[in-house]
Every structure is written in structure tokens, then in C-alpha cells.
Design a protein around this ligand. Structure first.
Ligand code: PMP
Length: 380
């Protein structure tokens, strides 16, 4: 991580002196399964709709600040009204705006780590304090009573479902209890929601809980991480605040056009999502299966033995695996010898020796399965 210069340490706002520039640890590789992107080709109907929309974008004009055409399409999809939606430059911008508007000095955000590291980062940017109720170290489930108790004395809560990087869902009964207990706003981050069963979504709870905010993104199921488009669903008065604090033109005309066409063609994405879910099962099962020992004439140097692999169940488009004794070494060798990039979480508390592998196309997953069988087979 880059260090801030002594001059910057002095000039920065005091609460920011601990910040470090974000490092996605990216190296170009033939197979990139490190960022939970959707690596499948765009469905034909979506590609046609997007091409047609892009060909008529008036890019000499500033964008519609509130992306109203897109909001209307999203409103039709989710069965809510336009004023229950705010669009942002990726989910990240909306997470930041959530903290900007409702966090800050003297406020507390409750999170359930291991989870998405940006929550704590954005909280710290605004000076908000982060309160953590750690997930169970084996199952990554949340202790419901501890969560509800902590929510009662927090200004904000973020609950991720499915959770990144552990893959598990938030129980809807717990979401309701947390909404009832928390005096402030409760965000359920459903960035990966399309890969989970439809009845796991907290969207229906919007009708009965006026402090609930749901975050969604087009970066995952819609395979559109590059356009930067996310949105929140929330009560109208909450959306008014999101609208008031946002950078006016943060969602550009090209993004609005592509997103509207993609959401309009949403049915075309269903087979891709189903295939990713099926591949997730295939990948997890294959990684769980004991690897055959390598033939004696293998040229590859042996890993420190023994190697054991634990794979957690996942409802997202990724799987979390613990590779003992040295996941970082396995990640390096996957990258350098097999051209496969996955995310190493070894540095993160609670995720020692854990790698997160995005579910790719069948051939990408075959490559991961074969490479890991070879690497871990060496140590068995
Ligand atoms: N929430 C979670 C849990 C995520 O993993 C991500 C992206 N990795 C986001 C939100 C934000 O996604 P984006 O900014 O691409 O919409």
C-alpha cells in the first residue's frame, strides 16, 4: 500500500490520516475471476437493445440528473414508484452518499464483518464510527440477538445479502428485527441478489418498514460493471436525501442509455444467471472433492504439505475457499503459472488463508478446477 507523504499527513483532515489508497491488487491475466464480475457474453437481445440505445444518445447534452427514464424502467421491474428509486455511479457511490448524508462525526454504523470493506472505509471518510458484530468464524452466520441489540444503539446498519465475500444470506426475519430495533436507517446490500432465490430478497419489506434501504447494482447479474450503475430502493423521503447530496451529473448519458436498455431486456439475462448458479454448484463441488495425487514426474515444485481445502456454500456469483497452509502462495501460483487471478483475503480478519473465486464461464471454471487440483494435489 502506498504511504501518504508527511506533508499530506499534516494537511489532511485529522480523521483521514489513516486512509490508504484502494488497491484492487489487479494484474492482467488471461482469466480474471478476482472482482465478482460477470464474465459471460451479453445475451443477444440485450446486446441489440444496448446497441440501438447507444446509437441515439445525445452526448452533447448534460445527462438527466435523476436518470428518470431508467428510474421508470426500474420502477416497473420492482413494482415501486419512481420516487422510491435513486440511481448512482455504481453501488459504491450510493454507499458513499449514504454515509455522507446519514453518517459523519458522532454517528455509528453497524456492520457484520467479514463483509464488503468499503462500508467501513466510507464511514471513516465521513468521520462516523464503525461498530462491528463479527460473524461466526466457521459458518459466517450472524448472531441474531447480538445484532438486534447492537442495532438498537446504532444510527445506521448495513447488512449484505448475499454477503461478500462469505456468500451467505441475511435471514429476512432478522432484517425485520433489525429495522424495528434501529432508530435510524437499515441498508440491505443486495448487489448479488439476482444469484440468490427470489424469495430471499428484502424488497417486499419496503412496504412495511419505513427505515429500510435496498442497494442493487448492474455490475453483477447484468454484466455491466464497466458502465458504473447502481440504485437504491427506499421510502420517498430517503430518496429525496440521496438526490440532494449526489453529484448532479454522476450518471452519464451513455450509462443511463445502456442501463435502461439492459434493464428493459432483463428477461434475456435469466438464462445466464441460471448458468452461473449451476456453475457455482459445479465449481464448489469440484473444489471440495479430494484431489488426486500428482504423478511423480510432475515438474512443479511441491507446496508445503498438507493442503486442505474448505469451500463455503454461496448464494452469490463467487465461492469462498480456505486453502491451508498458505492461500497466498496458491493465489500467486494460480496467477503466475496458470494465468488465473482470484482474490486473496488472507490479510482480512476472520478470513485467514481464504481466497474468493468468482464463478466464471464453464471453460474458466474448468481451468480453476484443474489448476487447484494440481496445486493442492501436490500437498496431499
Ligand atoms: N456491494 C457489494 C457487497 C459489492 O461486492 C460491491 C462490488 N464489489 C458493491 C456493493 C458495489 O458495486 P458497484 O459499485 O460495482 O455497483
Amino acid at each position: 500500500m502506498a504511504q501518504l507523504s508527511p506533508r499530506m499527513q499534516e494537511l489532511l483532515q485529522p480523521h483521514l490520516t489513516g486512509i490508504e489508497p484502494y488497491d484492487p491488487n489487479f494484474t492482467p491475466t488471461p482469466i480474471n475471476l478476482s472482482a465478482n464480475e460477470n464474465t459471460y457474453p451479453l445475451p443477444g437481445a440485450a446486446r441489440d437493445a444496448i446497441s440501438a440505445a447507444l446509437s441515439v444518445v445525445p452526448f452533447n447534452r448534460y445527462p438527466d440528473p435523476m436518470s428518470n427514464n431508467l428510474r421508470d424502467e426500474l420502477a416497473r421491474w420492482h413494482g415501486v414508484s419512481r420516487d422510491a428509486i435513486c440511481v448512482g455511479n455504481g453501488g459504491d457511490e450510493l454507499l458513499y452518499n449514504f454515509m455522507l448524508a446519514f453518517g459523519g462525526e458522532g454517528r455509528t454504523l453497524l456492520t457484520f464483518p467479514p463483509d464488503f470493506s468499503e462500508y467501513a472505509f466510507f464511514a471513516s471518510l465521513t468521520g462516523a464510527e464503525v461498530k462491528r458484530v463479527w460473524r461466526d468464524s466457521e459458518t459466517f452466520e450472524i448472531d441474531a440477538d447480538a445484532a438486534v441489540q447492537a442495532a438498537a444503539t446504532s444510527n445506521l446498519v448495513i447488512l449484505t445479502s448475499p454477503n461478500n465475500p462469505t456468500g451467505n444470506l441475511a435471514d429476512l426475519g432478522l432484517v425485520e428485527r433489525i429495522c424495528d430495533a434501529c432508530p435510524g436507517l437499515v441498508m440491505v446490500d443486495e448487489a448479488y441478489g439476482e444469484f440468490a432465490p427470489a424469495d430471499a430478497s428484502a424488497v417486499p419489506l419496503l412496504a412495511t418498514h419505513d427505515n429500510l434501504v435496498i442497494l442493487k447494482t448492474l455490475s453483477k447479474a447484468f454484466g455491466a460493471a464497466g458502465i458504473r450503475c447502481g440504485y437504491v430502493l427506499a421510502p420517498a423521503d430517503v430518496i429525496e436525501v440521496f438526490a440532494a447530496v449526489r453529484q448532479i451529473y454522476s450518471v452519464n448519458v451513455l450509462t443511463q442509455a445502456v442501463a435502461r436498455a439492459a434493464v428493459g431486456a432483463r428477461e434475456a439475462y435469466a438464462p445466464v444467471v441460471e448458468q452461473i448458479k449451476a456453475e457455482r454448484t459445479r465449481l464448489a463441488d469440484a473444489l471440495r472433492a479430494p484431489a488426486a495425487p500428482l504423478a511423480d514426474d510432475s515438474a512443479a515444485p511441491a507446496l508445503e504439505a498438507p493442503v486442505s481445502v474448505t469451500v463455503w456454500p454461496s448464494e452469490g456469483n463467487f465461492v469462498l475457499v480456505r486453502v491451508l497452509p498458505d492461500a497466498s502462495a496458491v493465489r500467486r501460483r494460480l496467477r503466475d503459472e496458470y494465468g488465473i487471478l482470484v482474490r486473496d483475503f488472507s490479510y482480512a480478519p476472520g478470513l485467514e488463508n481464504c481466497l474468493r473465486i468468482t464463478v466464471g464461464t464453464p471453460s474458466e471454471n474448468d481451468a480453476v478446477i484443474a489448476a487447484l487440483a494440481e496445486l493442492t494435489g501436490e500437498g496431499r
